[in-house]
Design a protein around this ligand. Structure first.
Ligand code: 5GP
Ligand code: MN
Length: 339
């Protein structure tokens, strides 16, 4: 993988471009992809954004989202675009496996592959050019840098700004995580100076849920939360019956894993969701507990130091039990309280 700066000179020649991201894209994945799309389109490129799967309805307000192709529902069309693309931008993921069924078509595609990502241990041999920086708050921030550093900052219009702001705001937990650096604030200042209405983005993302999802959160916090004080750990385990009863859709469970971290002393929070075809786990930690390593070791996953995910095909009850065993194995790291 060559440094991304070496790619900049090519940007002025119009090309066929595919931008993709990880399955079940979150606001950073979708926001960084669409933010980049808005700028590349102004440079004269023909741009398609392809998501490996469907996405949460609360992302649909993003300018350009209605043109995003869901790979799983338009495989033939999407494969043609991938095969004929001159460039394939891969945003907000470290390994091609995160694009699920798109992994093979992307690997076989002849186009130049460009990685922009902030996850640990990127698969650098899979990409022609790229930048991987785990210190960056979000891929949206990295796309902002990409646009600025390639001399295209003037093309960041309001549509682009809304998308990039959504990415950086959500990935920094509304600017509270340690990854929120001075350059994050400088980026936001620049977006605001150019007319971004940031409170509209917050409303679009956070004030658009169904009553049923709201009641689901109440139910889960009351009935599905277990706190292990001696391990400074909280576990939320959600059976599939809950998802069906409350009509829970993609994205409705996002952010729920963070709630228990506001209990005093809690250092590790996990949510285990029975999605039917697999059990999905999300981990969040505070301070010195490395959930990236934990997710890799026990649940075939990964992510960042303080936010990671994994999955399992084992039955739900077994996954919950296995988590408890893994937690107990990590007692030394979890019970020492170092913030
Ligand atoms: P979330 O818990 O919000 O799904 O994901 C937290 C972080 O971990 C994100 O940065 C996400 O990309 C990463 N992540 C989530 N699930 C997986 C997984 O199964 N494998 C890997 N490698 N990373 C994951
Ligand atoms: Mn991200």
């Amino acid at each position: 993988m060559q440094p991304i700066e070496l790619f900049y000179p090519q940007l002025k020649h119009p090309k066929k471009v595919v931008i993709t991201t990880h399955q079940k894209p979150d606001a950073d994945a979708m926001g960084s992809s669409l933010g980049l799309m808005h700028v590349l389109a102004q440079l004269g490129h023909t741009v398609s954004v392809i998501s490996p799967t469907n996405w949460a309805g609360f992302l649909n307000w993003m300018p350009g989202c209605k043109h995003v192709i869901d790979y799983e529902s338009k495989i033939v069309e999407a494969n043609k675009l991938i095969e004929s693309a001159d460039w394939i931008f891969c945003l907000d993921f470290n390994v091609l496996l995160r694009t699920r069924k798109m992994e093979e078509p992307i690997r076989n595609a002849g186009g130049i592959k460009i990685l922009i990502d902030h996850h640990q241990e990127p698969q650098i041999t899979a990409f022609t050019y790229g930048i991987s920086d785990t210190k960056k708050s979000s891929t949206a921030e990295m796309v902002f840098d990409f646009i600025q550093n390639s001399g295209n900052g003037a093309l960041i219009n309001n549509d682009c700004a809304q998308c990039l702001y959504a990415g950086v705001m959500t990935d920094t937990g509304s600017f509270r995580f340690p990854s929120t650096t001075a350059s994050v604030h400088r980026m936001v200042a620049s977006l605001l100076e150019n007319g971004l209405e940031h409170s509209k983005v917050h409303e679009n993302l956070y004030d658009n849920f169904s009553e049923s999802r709201f009641r689901f959160i109440g139910h889960v916090l009351l009935n599905r939360l277990e706190v292990y004080y001696e391990y400074n750990t909280a576990v939320i385990a959600v059976p599939q019956t809950d998802l069906i009863k409350y009509e829970i859709k993609t994205g409705d469970t996002e952010g729920l894993v963070n709630y228990p971290l506001s209990i005093s002393g809690i250092k590790l929070a996990v949510i285990i969701i029975d999605r039917g075809e697999e059990r999905k786990l999300s981990f969040r930690s505070k301070g010195d507990f490395d959930v990236n390593t934990f997710a890799r070791k026990y649940f075939n996953g990964g992510g960042h130091f303080n936010a990671a995910g994994g999955s399992s095909k084992d039955p739900f009850d077994e996954v919950v039990k296995n988590f408890v065993i893994a937690m107990k194995e990590n007692k030394d790291k979890l019970s020492s309280y170092q913030f």
